[in-house]
Design a protein around this ligand. Structure first.
Ligand SMILES: NC(=O)c1ccc[n+]([C@@H]2O[C@H](COP(=O)([O-])OP(=O)(O)OC[C@H]3O[C@@H](n4cnc5c(N)ncnc54)[C@H](O)[C@@H]3O)[C@@H](O)[C@H]2O)c1
Ligand SMILES: CC(C)[C@H](C(=O)O)[C@@H](O)C(=O)O
Ligand SMILES: [Mg+2]
Length: 351
């Protein structure tokens, strides 16, 4: 079958990790008889340099004409002094908003092979970890009214019932297919948006009697993630809390370079690692491509309905780790360090 994929490498390590991901997809295509057709598009700093804007109209048109999007990362020190609305990150935010990608699935799964890379005590993560964070992606403080003058600035957090309801349904339905435990994370002791969030989850809960709904304040959730992460099955939370908690969850599994994501809406799916452009290691072959490669597995599963092919990629990642392949972020002292490309090669060989 033919599948059209828009590829946005972005900035920094975005290029290196997406190149490895395409290597894997091509091999999968060959193995299963699929034809993945890629169209590259610009966003972020690279787009600013070339066109003056972080999300050119042409990029949006390319994305609207494809079956799914593969995204690397955007941003970097070169563009850090631009006014907020002109920054590379705005390209990503606008893409999410324009394509209606409101639900962001961020699975934090610990590979047995990487138990030693987890910074937590062994007994805390014994038996492994499998948490799915569902982050609301097109609302909240990221997209509320903004205001700035020389001595004062404002960001507004806004949520409508509709925005919360659609995330809640995804949270409950996802929990139904897993262990049936949904933790809604908010700050309802302080924020009006969180009180509406909690009330909405409560109202929807009776429709899912097989799911246990818990509420947790975000500060406690940050603490519980390192104290007792195994209590979590599905976490549903608003945009900024989800951004922060998913970086924390990624590190618990061993590295931020491991955590993939799917940004889903009613018409499109965009697949991106949760990490950034990592300017400190860009261009040095040090980036871990696993988060991007696992994001492509999510693409096969969610956008193309190819679960067997997706599982093949996940298993190949496990095999590469079992063979001892480690990029610098997950290598222990005295372990051989592989480059981004070597990791990609070993995963490709393991398919
Ligand atoms: N989705 C995105 O495009 C995205 C996400 C986060 C940050 N950013 C942008 O990236 C830039 C850098 O931000 P930051 O430093 O806060 O976050 P970052 O995720 O880029 O890097 C944080 C740390 O993690 C390391 N790291 C990240 N990904 C890695 C990988 N795949 N393999 C090995 N190590 C990895 C980096 O070297 C760095 O030390 C900023 O401009 C930021 O806005 C973009
Ligand atoms: C780059 C930034 C806009 C983005 C976010 O905050 O959503 C990133 O941190 C992420 O997690 O995808
Ligand atoms: Mg983030």
């Amino acid at each position: 079958m033919d599948f059209k994929i828009a590829v946005i490498k972005g900035d920094g390590i975005g290029h290196e990790i997406i190149d490895e991901t395409i290597k894997i997809l091509n091999k999968i295509g060959k193995k299963y008889g699929h034809n993945f057709k890629y169209t590259e598009a610009l966003a972020g700093g690279a787009a600013i340099d070339k066109t003056g804007t972080a999300l050119p109209e042409e990029t949006l048109n390319i994305c609207r004409g494809t079956d799914a999007l593969l995204f690397g990362a955007v941003g970097g020190p070169k563009w850090d002094n631009l006014p907020g609305r002109d920054r590379p990150e705005q390209g990503l935010l606008k893409l999410r908003k324009e394509l209606g990608l409101y639900a962001n699935l961020r699975p934090a799964v610990m590979f047995d092979e990487l138990r030693r890379s987890c910074p937590l005590r062994g007994d805390i993560v014994e038996g492994g970890l499998d948490i799915l964070i569902i982050r609301e992606l097109t609302g909240g403080i990221y997209f509320g009214k903004k205001y700035t003058e020389s001595d004062k600035a404002e960001d507004t957090m806004e949520y409508s019932r509709h925005e919360i309801e659609r995330i809640a349904h995804i949270g409950f339905q996802t929990a139904q297919k897993r262990k049936g435990i949904l933790t809604s994370v908010d700050k309802a002791n302080v924020l009006e948006t969180s009180r509406l969030w909690r009330k909405t989850f409560e109202e929807i809960s009776p429709g899912y009697p097989d799911v246990t709904l818990n509420h947790m304040y975000v500060d406690n959730a940050a603490m519980q993630l390192v104290y007792n992460p195994k209590q979590f099955d599905v976490i549903a939370t608003e945009n900024m809390f989800g951004d922060i908690l998913s970086d924390e969850a990624a590190m618990i599994t061993g590295s931020i370079g491991l955590l993939p994501s799917a940004a889903l809406g009613n018409n499109y799916g965009m697949y991106e690692p949760i990490h950034g452009s990592a300017p400190d290691i860009a261009g040095q072959g040090k980036a871990n491509p696993i988060a991007a490669i696992l994001s492509s597995a999510m693409m096969l599963k969610y956008s193309f309905n190819l679960p067997e092919e997706a599982e093949n990629i996940e298993n190949a990642v496990k095999k590469a780790l079992a063979k001892g392949c480690r990029t610098s972020d997950i290598a222990m002292k005295n372990e051989k360090v592989s480059t981004t490309e070597e990791m990609g090669d070993i995963i490709a060989l393991s398919l």
